[in-house]
Design a protein. Structure first.
Length: 163
């Protein structure tokens, strides 16, 4: 017969595992040439167009989906006063999109030197920050998704200009 102490130990172990663990997947990474720097000058107007590629979740908090690589796209459009606007999309035919959110608005697009920042606001109130070295034809970098002030997902992404 199992004693109370054994049951208590088992329950506390399961509770600790549920609260403190993270899931991770490690499929193949994007090609290394996408990570290399570029000596090209950068302008925010050079981003206008449709960019397609993928993202690979490397870490997520328990309860969120970190199933591997998904197909993503950024559509970047000119806006007033030399700013830009755009849209993010995740193809639902690939591995499940984060919280099944397959499209969102890009709220921030910034270039500082050769560093690019894109902030995507998702409909559930979370946001994802994509960073990369700017290149005219293809880019790759890391991303972080936040829910409130808490980190809920991290990974890497890569895209190429589609048109």
């Amino acid at each position: 017969m199992v004693g109370r102490l054994e049951i208590l130990c088992l329950l506390s172990t399961l509770l600790a595992a549920n609260c403190g663990c993270a899931t991770a997947t490690y499929p193949e990474s994007p090609p290394t040439e996408l990570w290399e720097g570029s000596s090209e000058s950068s302008s925010i107007e050079d981003l206008i167009g449709v960019w397609k590629g993928g993202s690979l979740c490397r870490w997520s908090r328990i309860g969120t989906s970190c199933r591997g690589a998904v197909n993503i796209a950024f559509t970047l459009l000119p806006a007033v006063r030399s700013k830009m606007t755009g849209f993010y999309s995740c193809e639902t035919s690939s591995v499940g999109c984060r919280h099944r959110l397959d499209h969102s608005a890009i709220t921030t697009i910034e270039i500082n030197g050769k560093r690019l920042w894109l902030r995507v606001m998702l409909d559930d109130g979370s946001s994802c920050l994509f960073t990369s070295r700017f290149r005219h034809d293809k880019m790759a970098g890391g991303y972080e998704c936040l829910q409130g002030a808490g980190l809920v997902e991290q990974g890497q992404w890569w895209i190429e200009r589609s048109y």
